[in-house]
Design a protein around this ligand. Structure first.
Ligand SMILES: Cc1cc2nc3c(=O)[nH]c(=O)nc-3n(C[C@H](O)[C@H](O)[C@H](O)COP(=O)(O)OP(=O)(O)OC[C@H]3O[C@@H](n4cnc5c(N)ncnc54)[C@H](O)[C@@H]3O)c2cc1C
Length: 435
């Protein structure tokens, strides 16, 4: 019997479990640890609350989670509640699928000012991640600046711009819905160091900005390259650029109330504030040289009361696991870290690709584990973990417990919404009748 521990219950964790069960059938036990009492990683706490069809992928993971030989062990942080070394003693293979939950830093003066947030924090706030439930961003200024030209920047802009009616069918948490209801934000500026041809925004997400009831996307036509240059673009990017061209051509629509302004060739150089809070962003105009943004020396200021950086993520280090500082992920050779220790998903490759990209990743890491542990030694696996948990009083959560939390969240939903999430670990555990 092979004993496999997967650390992290996001897409990478569940695809890896699925691959292990497909390969070994009943000859494997898979334990999936997560620091939260609720599974599915960024499907729950990253994917936008108004994109419910994407969140539906978790149903696929449920099929794996319900297999007899797969167990969810939530509310256990690997690295503090139990060490990686202990898990390596207990399991034939330990596979880290811990994602990339920390924001990359801009490295600018003023980044620590109040109301400046990374997207992990800001998205975590509106999606109810317990670590960010208390963020309490002030939405009292008329201008918000978002830094980054990927889909996360679009998610943040869209959530700031949507009306209460447009958010009704989402599972945005109550504290965020209430804050957005009182929001004074009327101008959302999306800064990108490079130009329209260099965006990492996908057509569907970009197109959504053109359909909002009370917001209007604006692009300066002068930022767009000559239209015949679009032919050289990869088809997805070309479609996205077509949306930007449509936004540039559209008549302005001040009657809608909110403008979402794309400011291309714009590199933030400082964040300015007073009394500990952001008041403006200083920006340098750039131009492209061999595909790279180069400062022109021309600067200007955007007065803003909220700044959200959407510039990427890094894996959080875990004691005794080699870490690749440059790339912000575990040091690994195609997923192998050390004998019996592996990584997969964002923890292996960094924050790139879609949810589906993690599936081949999961299957490929199980192939490597299979090469390395042909038979599996006689290791205690889950029984060994249970002994440690009993000794330390670790109150872990099983998948059936999560199903009860899930039911309670669904029962608590406001009209039209699929669920009202618990945003504090205590409340999740409380829903199980435990303290
Ligand atoms: C804001 C945002 C929106 C996105 N929207 C989309 C989208 O619309 N479509 C799409 O295809 N992709 C989207 N993605 C990308 C997608 O979410 C990722 O590809 C995917 O979640 C990565 O999976 P993962 O399992 O590697 O990491 P994660 O999903 O982050 O899962 C990691 C898990 O590990 C757990 N964990 C971390 N550290 C520990 C520890 N020490 N001990 C125990 N558990 C731990 C975490 O609690 C978490 O559950 C989005 C990403 C973000 C950030």
């Amino acid at each position: 019997m092979r004993q496999i521990a997967i650390v992290g219950s996001g897409p990478a964790g569940y695809y890896t479990a699925e691959a292990a069960v497909k390969l070994w059938g009943e000859d494997v036990h898979v334990d999936i640890f997560d620091s939260l009492p609720v599974p599915f990683g960024l499907i729950r706490s990253g994917v936008a609350p108004d994109h419910q069809s994407i969140k539906g992928v978790s149903r696929r993971y449920e099929a794996t989670a319900k297999a007899e030989n797969v167990r969810f062990i939530g509310n256990v942080t690997v690295g503090s509640d139990v060490t990686v070394g202990e898990l390596r003693d207990l399991y034939d293979a330990v596979i880290l699928a811990t994602g990339a939950p920390s924001d990359r830093q801009l490295g600018l003066a003023g980044e620590d000012l109040g109301n400046v947030f990374g997207s992990a924090a800001f998205v975590g706030w509106y999606n109810g991640h317990p670590n960010f439930a208390g963020l309490d961003p002030a939405l009292s200024h008329d201008t918000a600046v978002i830094i980054g030209n990927g889909n996360v920047a679009l998610d943040v802009a869209r959530i700031l711009a949507k009306s209460q009616d447009e958010l009704a069918g989402s599972d945005i948490v109550a504290h965020a819905l209430t804050a957005l209801q009182g929001s004074a934000v009327r101008r959302i500026v999306i800064l990108g160091r490079r130009g329209p041809h260099q965006i990492a925004m996908t057509p569907k997400e970009l197109g959504e900005l053109g359909q909002l009831s009370r917001a209007c996307p604006r692009v300066d036509p002068a930022d767009l390259p000559p239209v015949d240059e679009d032919q050289a673009l990869e088809p997805g990017v070309r479609k996205s650029v077509m949306h930007l061209r449509a936004f540039a051509e559209a008549a302005s629509c001040p009657e809608k109330g909110i403008e979402i302004e794309f400011d291309f060739f714009a590199s933030p150089v400082a964040i300015l504030g007073q009394d500990g809070r952001v008041e403006a962003v200083e920006v340098e105009r750039t131009r492209l040289e061999n595909g790279r943004a180069v400062g022109t020396g021309e600067t200007y200021r955007i007065a803003a009361g909220l700044l959200v950086t959407c510039i990427g993520y890094q894996t959080s280090p875990i004691p005794d696991v080699p870490y690749d500082e440059k790339n912000g992920r575990f040091a690994n050779d195609e997923g192998r870290i050390a004998p019996g220790l592996y990584c997969v998903g964002w923890a292996r490759r960094g924050p790139t690709g879609t949810i589906g990209t993690n599936r081949p990743d999961g299957f490929s890491i199980i192939e490597k584990v299979a090469e390395d542990i042909a038979e599996g030694a006689v290791k205690p696996g889950r029984a060994g973990f249970e002994t440690i948990a009993a000794e330390r009083g670790i109150d872990f959560v099983k998948f059936t417990d999560w199903q009860r939390i899930d039911e309670a969240e669904i029962a608590n939903a406001r009209t039209g919404s699929p669920r009202e999430k618990f945003v504090h670990v205590d409340h999740m555990i409380g829903a199980l009748g435990r303290e």
